[in-house]
Design a protein around this ligand. Structure first.
Ligand code: ADP
Ligand code: MG
Length: 254
């Protein structure tokens, strides 16, 4: 959600003419993108259009070849030449993937306390306090002593969300967080994300959940062939798409 009275309108994500290649494949083409603090941006597009690559560039999981990316004032340079900024960005940007990627040998609670202890150097007591609060917030405090394999997919994904939030991120990235879930578990994960959006978290979300996008997004971006074809409010993009490609895509998914 956008708070018009927010202290700063300086973008937290700034991408300028970003290009990315996998070999000869031009996967991102002149991407210009600014995201303001508190904004919720949903990225839609067909499989293979570059959605994952785009958000993975924001936390340095993918290198880009030219252009400029700045995240909360930290500059990522092309071809991975920016290791110091990268470390800072990794601690400030949380990510939730399609696959939950929890540590299987750690309890739910220990999954959440690990990074704050190892990276933020919190003592165990303080980290546990924070973890307990976050697990309660995502509705799984009663599962804290279990192992990931003992949880449903929806519960595991909510643990993954709590684990990311434990680092007090300035920005959260989501790459199809509900795509691997059984249908009956999608709602509980979207509910937790909706709550986070309402609390003012800055979020970039790749999703095929168009109803959720319509409800939660401040801005919807449609990408095709590594290019931003169209963007606007959910109303603009869903109800009145300007480009034929957007219209075709939406007619297939809505
Ligand atoms: P989306 O998330 O929209 O489905 P991706 O960002 O995963 O799309 O992929 C964009 C394009 O880049 C696709 O053509 C995909 O095949 C290609 N691609 C993705 N990852 C790699 C990789 N590691 N090596 C080579 N090509 C890749
Ligand atoms: Mg993808």
């Amino acid at each position: 959600m956008n708070h018009s009275n927010s202290a700063s309108n300086k973008p937290i994500v700034h991408m300028d003419k970003v290009n990315k290649y996998f070999g000869s494949l031009h996967v991102l083409q002149d991407i210009d993108l600014e995201i303001t603090p508190g904004e919720v941006v949903v990225i839609i597009g067909a499989s293979g259009s570059g959605k994952s690559t785009l958000i993975r560039c924001v936390n340095g999981l993918e290198e880009f070849q030219n252009g400029h990316i700045e995240v909360d004032g930290n500059e990522l340079l092309p071809n991975g030449k920016s290791s110091k900024a990268l470390q800072t960005i990794r601690t400030e940007v949380g990510m939730v993937f399609q696959q939950f990627n929890l540590f299987p040998h750690l309890s739910v609670r220990d999954n959440v306390t690990l990074a704050p202890i190892k990276v933020r150097r919190l003592d165990r007591g303080r980290a546990t306090e924070i973890a307990n609060k976050l697990l309660e917030r995502v509705g799984i405090s009663d599962q804290a002593d279990k192992y990931p394999s003992q949880l449903s997919g929806g519960q595991q994904q909510r643990v993954a969300l709590a684990r990311a939030l434990a680092m007090e991120p300035r920005l959260m990235l989501f790459d199809e967080p509900t795509s691997a879930l059984d249908p009956e578990m999608i709602g509980e994960v979207l509910d937790a994300m909706r709550e986070l959006a309402n609390e003012g978290m800055t979020m970039m979300i790749v999703t095929h959940e168009m109803g959720f996008a319509r409800e939660v997004a401040d801005r919807v971006i449609y990408i095709h062939g590594g290019q931003i074809v169209e963007q606007g409010s959910p109303r603009e993009v869903f109800d009145n798409p300007q480009h034929e490609r957007t219209q075709n895509f939406l007619s297939r998914v809505l």
